[in-house]
Design a protein. Sequence first.
Lengths: 231, 231
Amino acid sequence: MLVGTTHAGNIGGAARAMLNMGLTRLVLVQPQALFPCAEATARASGADDLLENVQVFDSLQDAVQDCILVFGTTARERSVAWQIFDPESCAKKIKETSGEIAIVFGREHSGLTNEELDVCHAAVKIPTNSQFSSLNLAAAVQVVSYEIHKAHLISETHLKPRHPSAPAKELEMFYAHLEQTLIEIGLHNPEKPRRTMRKLRSFFNRSQPDSSELALLRGILTETQRSIKVK
Amino acid sequence: MLVGTTHAGNIGGAARAMLNMGLTRLVLVQPQALFPCAEATARASGADDLLENVQVFDSLQDAVQDCILVFGTTARERSVAWQIFDPESCAKKIKETSGEIAIVFGREHSGLTNEELDVCHAAVKIPTNSQFSSLNLAAAVQVVSYEIHKAHLISETHLKPRHPSAPAKELEMFYAHLEQTLIEIGLHNPEKPRRTMRKLRSFFNRSQPDSSELALLRGILTETQRSIKVK
């Protein structure tokens, strides 16, 4: 998934990079470049089917709602105590996970906003020269796609999967419920910087609850709300 | 080393890809693109020192004469009974070798000639989708440079660790607090089989909260208890 891409050439370059590595689903979120366009097609260099099947969304939330795992790429160390993967461990994680997974790449100059990163469950950071760390967008897609392809070439490992993680939509409903409950018990002031929720999201994103775990947690929230109102 | 490059943009893109990974010596052999030029500079995106120090040679033999190890990149399986490395093992080999090493990338459309490959000591082949195997030149440079950078990072620590998980004692105190709160909100009947707590423990054990996360979660429990009592 490419968010807010400015240069059409990078969309084409990303499409080529993905198909070179056997990946075929490209999603654009609020592209700033005109698309489709000749420059994207030229840079895609034959990955035409992939470009024709690109989906475009208005918001990242909508784009990832069926995904059970969403990686956000970042060039910086973020202050949030997030789980940060390198491309190799990200690829390994993807291989071990069944269900739809998104890897989100931000704008050429500014990457992803904190709000967009909040939608993600984990971060991927490509190790770079700290003096010159900003990769071209298509190059970053190339590196991550390459690691995914490489991981799939390695003979299958047999890790017993847990229940599949809940899709992003369910997780978001849980966060909304949690935030509402925190407000009701007086812990969380929505006017203040959302540090509390960010920290809680970081914890639960890392934990990847499945649907039945989310149902249990939401049951606790519902009982909490009921208890306050009854008394 | 880039041999016979047709598009100046690819020279700039390769320069950027290299510098992103901490590599600084770019050599051109018989470039077909005009160089230096504005497009190369634009695509280099700030890797100007590297571009200014590019050396240009008329023949690959001349270019590699001081190298003790020369890798030629290839997209095809060659008939020559050569040692073919993938980028990761190539990077490992480079790390183990002291002395000048060259990695030679061929023309955009036709790669390296057999005569040029004869000058090389070994081949590097990037694993790709066999149905769509031709990488953009700068993207190929990106992948190989990335593996070289990664190999050099391995001895150092590069993944930022999370805070250490909380000790078992703290986790048990959290579970006791959680259980007490569940009883107070009426969700949890301690007489019944403890399925609820078991499931919650399984979730939190897997998530390995750190001490500050546990403190936050216990803060929520405390506020929940207080809210019930106040009303």
